[in-house]
Write a protein that binds this ligand. Structure first.
Ligand SMILES: Cc1cc2nc3c(=O)[nH]c(=O)nc-3n(C[C@H](O)[C@H](O)[C@H](O)COP(=O)(O)O)c2cc1C
Length: 164
C-alpha cells in the first residue's frame, strides 16, 4: 500500500518546528547555506544531531566534501533571513545581509541566530531524494531570544511572553 501524497504532505504540515540555516563552506572557500526545518537531536553521548538535505541543494554536496557544517537556529525576527536562504537570494548573495563569522574549519556561523551548533559529519545516509546528515556537535553557542517557528506552511511565533 502506498500513502496518498496529499495526505502525506498534510500530515507533515501538522508538525510544528523551529527554523534553521544549515551552513558550510564550498571547495573554493565560499560560504554556503540554506534554510532547513528537518533538524533534530539524535544522541546526548556522543552529542549528535541530524538534518535532512535535498540532494539537489548545493549545500549537501559541499557538506559531503567539507565534513563540517553548522546549524544556526533562527530567532523570531529572522523570517526574512529564512526566506533569503530558501531561494529568495542567489547562493552567492545570501551572506551579504547577515552578520557571520568563521567557526570550526571556516564554516560560517550566523552571529545573530539564537544558537549555533558546529558539527563534524559522522554519517551521511541517502534516503529517497534527501541525505540524512548526522553530525557530532563540536561546539554549541547559545545566545538569546525567542525562536522562529514554522507550522502549516507559515512562520509563527511563541505568543506567551514568558516563553524565553
Ligand atoms: C521553512 C522552510 C524549511 C525548509 N526545510 C528544508 C529542509 O529541511 N531540507 C531541505 O532540503 N530543504 C528545505 N527547504 C528548502 C530549501 O531551503 C531551499 O530549497 C533552498 O533554496 C535550497 O538551497 P539551494 O538554493 O542552495 O539549493 C526549506 C524551505 C523553507 C522555506
Amino acid at each position: 500500500m502506498t500513502v496518498n501524497a496529499e495526505a502525506f504532505k498534510k500530515a507533515l504540515q501538522d508538525w510544528a518546528s523551529g527554523v534553521t540555516i544549515v551552513t558550510t563552506t564550498s571547495s573554493s572557500n565560499e560560504p554556503l547555506g540554506m534554510t532547513a526545518t528537518s533538524f533534530t537531536s539524535v544522541s546526548m553521548e556522543p552529542p549528535q544531531i541530524l538534518v535532512c538535505i535535498n540532494d539537489s541543494a548545493l549545500t549537501s554536496a559541499a557538506i559531503a566534501e567539507n565534513h563540517y557544517f553548522a546549524v544556526n537556529i533562527l530567532g523570531a525576527d529572522q523570517q526574512a533571513i529564512s526566506n533569503l536562504f530558501a531561494g529568495g537570494a542567489s547562493v552567492e548573495n545570501r551572506f551579504e545581509s547577515v552578520a557571520w563569522s568563521k567557526g570550526i574549519n571556516a564554516v560560517p556561523v550566523l552571529d545573530e541566530s539564537i544558537a549555533s551548533l558546529e558539527c563534524k559529519v559522522v554519517q551521511q545516509i541517502r534516503a529517497g531524494t534527501h541525505w540524512v546528515i548526522i553530525g557530532e556537535v563540536k561546539q554549541a553557542i547559545c545566545r538569546s531570544g525567542k525562536p522562529l517557528l514554522y507550522f502549516r506552511t507559515r512562520y509563527r511565533q511563541l505568543n506567551n511572553e514568558s516563553d524565553q
